[in-house]
Design a protein around this ligand. Structure first.
Ligand code: SGN
Ligand code: CA
Length: 524
């Protein structure tokens, strides 16, 4: 697969923007009315699996509606490709070292620090949060919240309430989070005040358990393997030592649901626990779907490449079904806003806590600074008076969301916020001093999936990465010549000038953001 063609496809969807923009420019911006914000975030939803970014696999009509009536960021990235860290970055507008939440396993978010919901509250916004939080401490800065404990459960999930009670709800999680969000919009808020609603889904997180209503979808489809599915990781030590390979690490029972008496796997008990949460009707529907597949799978006794490719196909199908429910539920939110006349005074943002591998390099999961997981989808439906449509190509990062929301709410952006407001881009401006490189730092190692610690810099052509801790390896990629990052050209003859320029850029960013790692690995 050529990632370049995938992430920046030329699409009929975006053939319209000029015409739309010229009609809209007649309209006045609602400058006197504060804008509402609906910020929908999913977990592990990657651009490859959204038809407004990539038409190879699945159709996501409701997400496409957001992009069609707004903008699609084609160079949207995270600062640290993992859930808790990503959430902390977007809440604070600061890189991980500055907000203190560097990894999922060892950190508890210091909720006393300033966050955009707190600023918005002070500015008179009503703030609410439903769904995944994953920051260890309880939310602050929200008038109303209900969160999942940890990662949450797809079936009959628990919610932690503001009074500390944990209550189990009946149904499928993506539907329930949407129900709660719409219920708050309808009954929970003061219609006289602006609002900021965070709808934060667990979907599409592992282990991709679809709604029983969607189980039979996509079963007739066979997906092309990514061109680098059988990557040999030559010249890339960290990539060769990860534990997120579909072939060797994807669990036959937990991830791929091939459970039957007598079979064993490392994560079997967790799968059985998730299934035990279902009621008898849910369980019957689940088993009716999976039982014949299980029987067929074990009767084939697949090995080698046949087994690897069977795993890939099942992974793709389960993931897509989980996305389908999400897309339907995004449609419900858009319909509600439209019916209530709220859509044109509301900025609707859709993003994910990071991208994900759909078999590229042979992987699932994220963490690496390589493109698929460094990127995250970002689309926004524009309110009345905002003319910008189509693609925004400037490099943006999840530390930019907080200052964007703050500027929308009329809050002055404090000096220590490291992100930059996207509002000028949404207004159609092309700021000359926009950033031309991005900083990244991933910390969670040693840990699940064994992705080494690393930091790096990316500009529009090159990416330089340093893997450290129990390794000391540099990688350099020419994204133009090698968009799939298969050839590490660090140390290759002819790359001296690029390397020294990228080192300078990296050093500059580490100083600008004040990352203490620069004292441990000083750069020339
Ligand atoms: C869980 C998953 C991992 C995943 C992390 C972090 N394992 O631990 O596969 O990388 O979450 O994901 S599981 O066996 O519990 O499914 S994150 O998106 O929340 O950061
Ligand atoms: Ca995630």
């Amino acid at each position: 697969m050529d990632l370049k063609n995938v992430l920046i496809p030329s699409m009929p969807l975006f053939a319209l923007p000029l015409a739309v923009a010229s009609c809209q420019s007649e309209k006045e911006a609602h400058t006197d009315e504060p804008l509402n914000i609906v910020y929908i975030m999913t977990d592990d939803h990657t651009g490859q699996m959204m038809s407004c970014y990539d038409t190879r696999y699945m159709h996501t009509p409701n997400l496409d509606r957001i992009a069609r009536d707004g903008v699609r960021f084609t160079n949207s990235f995270v600062a640290n490709s993992l859930s808790g860290p990503s959430r902390a970055c977007m809440l604070t507008g600061k890189h991980s070292h500055a907000n203190g939440f560097t990894d999922n396993t060892a950190c508890v978010f210091d909720g006393d620090q300033p966050t955009f919901p707190k600023y918005l509250q002070k500015a008179g916004y009503q703030t609410a949060l439903f769904g995944k939080w994953h920051l260890g401490s309880m939310p602050q800065g929200f008038d109303r919240w209900e969160i999942l404990p940890g990662q949450g459960y797809y079936y009959n999930p628990d919610f932690i309430h503001e009074n500390g009670d944990t209550i189990t709800e009946h149904g499928y999680l993506t539907n329930i989070i949407t129900d709660k969000s719409i219920d708050w919009l309808e009954n929970g808020r003061d219609p006289e005040k602006p609002f900021c609603l965070l709808i934060h889904h667990k979907a599409i997180h592992r282990n991709w358990m679809a709604d029983t209503a969607d189980l039979y979808l996509y079963e007739d489809k066979t997906f092309p393997l990514p061109g680098n599915f059988y990557d040999d990781y030559a010249g890339r030590q960290a990539a060769s030592e990860q534990e997120m390979s579909i072939i060797k690490d994807m669990d036959m029972i937990y991830d791929l649901k091939m459970d039957r008496p007598g079979e064993d796997s490392r994560l079997k008990e967790m799968y059985r626990y998730f299934c035990s949460r279902m009621d008898s009707a849910q369980r019957a529907a689940w088993d009716a779907f999976y039982d014949p597949i299980i029987e067929d799978f074990y009767s084939q006794n697949l090995q080698g490449k046949e087994l690897a490719e069977w795993k890939f196909q099942r992974y793709m199908r389960d993931y897509m079904k989980t996305v389908k429910s999400l897309d339907d539920n995004v449609g419900r939110v858009l319909d509600y806003l439209e019916q209530k006349g709220l859509l044109d005074n509301t900025l609707v943002v859709y993003t994910s806590d990071q991208g994900f591998y759909m078999g590229e390099h042979g992987w699932f999961d994220k963490r690496f600074m390589y493109e698929e997981s460094f990127r995250t989808p970002l689309i926004m439906r524009m309110p009345d008076g905002y003319d910008r449509r189509g693609d925004i190509t400037q490099m943006v990062q999840n530390i930019d969301y907080a200052p964007t929301f703050m500027e929308i709410a009329g809050v002055e952006i404090p000096e220590d916020i490291q992100g930059v407001s996207l509002l000028p881009l949404l207004k159609g401006e092309d700021p000359e001093d926009w950033r031309n490189s991005l900083y990244y730092h991933f910390y969670e190692y040693p840990a699940e999936h064994s992705v080494k610690r690393h930091y790096g810099v990316r500009n529009d052509r090159y990416k330089l990465i340093h893997f450290y801790n129990d390794i000391d390896q540099w990688e350099l990629y020419d994204l133009q010549a090698d968009p799939n990052e298969m050839r590490n050209v660090y140390g290759q003859p002819g790359m001296e000038k690029v390397t020294s320029d990228m080192m300078k850029e990296l050093k500059g960013l580490q100083e600008q953001y004040d990352d203490p790692i620069r004292h441990q690995f000083p750069l020339e």
